[in-house]
Every structure is written in C-alpha cells, then in structure tokens.
Design a protein around this ligand. Structure first.
Ligand SMILES: Nc1nc2c(ncn2[C@@H]2O[C@H](COP(=O)(O)OP(=O)(O)OP(=O)(O)O)[C@@H](O)[C@H]2O)c(=O)[nH]1
Length: 463
C-alpha cells in the first residue's frame, strides 16, 4: 500500500511548524516528517523534534540545506524512499520551504521515483491571516509593507510565490485568525476562494485543526490542481475549449505556449459553484466545507460571494499587441486594488515569444514561457494545430493574443481595462516597424524581467 503524503506549504512565519506540532501531537497516525528549510540550520526540525516525543514513533528527517524543490530535488526522492525502507509509519508530511514552489515537490510524488511508494493525498497551504489580509485583501494598502524582492532562486518575485502556493493547494489553512477581526477574516476567505476556487478553506488560530481534515483529505490530483487556480478559471470561463500554457519546463526553446500544459477544457458556464456550509467544531474554529469541485457551473450558492467583498474578476483578451514602452509604464503604475493578474501577453517586437505576465502584490514578472505557434514553420504549425483542434486561430495573427486574468478588490476594473487598451498599438503603430520600438521585454526561453509598481521608469531588472 502506498503511504499517503501531505505537502505543507506557506510563507515564512505563516505557522507551518505550529500546525505541524499540533498535528504530531493530536493525530493518532505515525507520522514521518521531512522538513526542508532555507539555509543550513533546520530551525523547524529542531523545534518539532524538541516538541514531540520521538519514542512515540514520529520521525524527523531533516534535510541539511537548500531547497528540495530545485537543487535538492533528487535528494528528496532518495530520502523519502530510504525513509520508507528503513522505518515504519502511516503518513509522510513534507514541510516545504516557505519560499519554494509547491508544484515541483508535488510532481516528485506523482511522477518521480517516489510515486510508486507514496500517494500524494493533499497539498496544504498555511496562510497568515493578518499579513494576507493586509497585503492582498485590504481596500487600503497604504502603509502596508509590500513583499518585494526575489524568491530564493532569484528569478521570481516572492509575492508571486505566496500566491502560487495559495493557487496550487487543495486545502487552505487560514492561520493567526486571532490577529484579524471577523470581517477581515471573511474578506480574506473570500479572496482565497477566488484565488483557488477548488480548495477547502479552514480558519484557525495557532494551527489547531482537525488532524483528519488535514491528513485525511482525498487523493490530490496534480493536473486538476495545476489547472484550477482562480486566474486560469477566469480565462477558461471566458472562452470555452481553449489551451493555456504557463508551464515550468523551460528546456525546449521551440516549445509552444500551448503545449506546456496542453489540456483542453470545455466549460459550459461562467460561474463556479462553492457549496460551503459553515459550522463550528468543538474547538470553536470555523470551517468551510463541501467545496464543490466546480464542475457544476450553474449553481451559485456561495458562502462568500466575491462581489459582496468587493472582489471583481475579469478576463482581458485582445488580438493586438502591446506597445512595449507604454505597457512597461503601466506595469510600473498598476492600481492598488489589483491583487492578481496572470496570463499570456503579446508584446510588439517579440513576435516569436509567448510571454507570461504574473502580477502579485506589487511586482510583475514577465517571462518567456513558449513560442507562439504562428511563429513556427507552416509544417509545424499544421502539426500543432491538428493536435489542438480547439485552438482559436486568427487568419492574420494565428494564436498571438493577450489573455490576462484580472483579480482585484475595490478595483475600478473598467478603468484598468481602458488603461490596458491604451497600451495596445494604435492603427498607425500597427503599420510601423515593430522592431524599432524600444523594449526590455524578455527574449530567451525562461528569461524573466521584473518590474515593481513603485518604479516609474519602466522595466527595472533583467535577469
Ligand atoms: N498570534 C498568533 N501567532 C501564531 C499563530 N500561529 C503561529 N504563531 C506564531 O507565529 C510564529 C511563526 O510560526 P511558525 O509555526 O514558526 O511559522 P512557520 O511557517 O513554520 O515559519 P518558517 O519556519 O519561518 O517558515 C511563531 O512565533 C508562532 O508562535 C497564531 O495563530 N496566532
């Protein structure tokens, strides 16, 4: 029997270790734990070890350094396979580094050598209610320090990773609810549900949760999770049966944007169903339950209707490229109420590159994640297109198009859309030489450019 695995994610200080300690104390399963920390000192491992009685069967395996999701990925698989051979336990918990991407870790349990031995049950993301509310859910974000700067690999804004952890999981634990008011907590929950419509949300303090709720959830489906982020669903709802690509395999310079995660989707509605019932458990913690998995798009019985919390989502889709200069200026001055923007951009002067734009908090990254199919030879175009009969194709521009999901709170969506439209090439510019436009947009596969909203001079960093 494969051993069930829970991956625990969350920003630094969100309360992962606190939750873990609670789980180790309250669960009657024998839990093996892999702790991955940034840096060489495993503070969390020490803490958990100190707090739990190892003689009762819990084992702590501390990886020495680095990040299991990139440089140590091989080590993680090897370590957990060794662990399974040498020890007997019921459940494996992997505490991911606070600044790592959860998806590569999850993939190791789904496709890697550990897949036969383990069964990924759930990816749980712990969220600091106070910080999440102030950074993303508050109407007024003046005076709240932005999360800025790159992640540990130095290539992506940290806020982007914080939201990616929210978007990828199937259970969200909103911790530190003692530090927010009831109204703030509800706003945070509504936004979390918008960012990841398929995840269940549990609200708590000091990591007190029902261990079966965290460890005993259904089998995690990687592809579903990868496709269920709120921003993707905004785009999918906008167009039925369309491919999206924002994959993480940067190896093939000829890869097209549509083959990254080339899944075809047919959606027949425009609303997600979230059939929550609120109840309080015996510790007085509120839970949201019974998330419908969204396939029934007709019902709208939602405990946190986003519009009630000022949350607005929209898809921005245009078959005309952005002027690189005007677009860069806009990115440096995006409105405060924008929480998340993500999708593909078509930028004039970059006719081959499908560029993924990802905005979170206060920074935007632009990264080349594939090629437009229309930039390939005719023969290859045919091949790709025959494999994707639903791919929308423009006679003149092929698959080149900007498709962005916009998620905001207290945001004047129409004004933002107008400003985006002002960045599109004018008719006169359409006839000009696009290569002559000055641009810092990325060119090579995987290359990322980051721009912060407080920099008014356009694209700032080229990595
Ligand atoms: N007020 C309050 N503090 C909490 C709560 N949960 C955890 N803390 C405190 O927040 C701090 C960080 O908690 P940790 O559990 O270490 O967080 P972490 O996510 O493991 O942190 P890293 O290991 O740095 O990633 C500790 O001082 C905890 O005591 C909570 O619900 N409310």
């Amino acid at each position: 029997m494969p051993i069930p695995v829970t991956i625990l994610c969350g920003e630094l200080g969100a309360g992962k270790t606190t939750l873990l300690s609670e789980l180790l104390e309250s669960s009657d399963r024998e839990i093996a734990l892999v702790v991955n920390d940034v840096g060489s000192v495993n503070v969390d491992a020490d803490l958990v070890e100190a707090r739990t009685d190892l003689s009762t069967g819990e084992e702590v395996l501390a990886l020495e350094n680095g990040c299991i999701c990139c440089s140590l990925s091989g080590d993680l698989s090897r370590s957990v396979i060794r662990l399974q051979r040498e020890r007997s336990f019921d459940h494996l918990v992997v505490e991911a580094s606070g600044v790592g991407e959860p998806e590569p870790i999850a993939r190791q349990f789904v496709r890697g050598p550990a897949a036969g031995v383990y069964d990924l049950e759930s990816v749980v993301t712990v969220v600091d209610a106070r910080r999440f509310h102030d950074r993303f859910a508050a109407r007024e974000r003046d005076g709240v320090p932005a999360i800025e700067g790159p992640d540990e690999s130095g290539t992506r804004p940290l806020a982007d990773l914080v939201l990616e952890q929210v978007e990828f999981c199937n259970l969200l634990v909103l911790n530190k609810c003692d530090l927010v008011t009831g109204a703030e907590r509800e706003r945070a929950v509504a936004l979390l549900e918008t960012l990841q419509p398929r995840a269940e949300v549990v609200t708590t303090e000091f990591g007190v949760v029902d261990p079966d709720g965290v460890l005993g959830t259904d089998r995690f489906d990687l592809e579903t999770a990868a496709e269920s982020a709120g921003w993707k669903r905004v785009l999918e709802d906008e167009t039925a049966g369309h491919d999206h690509g924002d994959g993480d395999d940067h190896g093939d310079p000829d890869r097209t944007h549509a083959e990254d995660r080339g899944h075809e989707h047919a959606h027949d509605g425009h609303e997600h169903t979230h059939d929550h019932e609120h109840s309080c458990d015996d510790r007085g913690h509120e839970h949201t339950h019974d998330h419908d998995d969204g396939d029934d798009h007709g019902d709208h019985d939602h405990a946190h209707p986003p519009e009630e919390y000022g949350i607005d989502v929209d898809a921005y889709r245009r078959r005309r490229p952005f002027h690189p200069g005007r677009f860069a200026t806009l990115l440096a001055d995006l409105p405060d109420g924008l929480v998340r923007a993500k999708g593909l951009c078509w930028i004039a002067g970059r006719e081959r590159q499908a560029i993924t734009m990802s905005f979170a908090g206060s920074e935007t990254s632009l990264e080349v994640t594939g090629r437009w199919i229309a930039s390939l030879s005719e023969q290859r175009q045919e091949r790709y297109r025959s494999g994707q009969p639903d791919l929308e194709w423009d006679e003149e521009w092929g698959d080149r198009e900007t498709r962005l999901a916009l998620i905001g709170r207290g945001l004047e969506m129409d004004a933002l859309i107008e400003r985006l439209d002002d960045c599109l090439l004018t008719d006169a510019e359409m006839d000009a030489d696009w290569a002559a436009f000055e641009t810092d947009a990325p060119t090579a596969m995987g290359e990322t450019v980051t721009v912060s909203t407080d920099e008014r001079d356009g694209l700032s960093e080229n990595r």
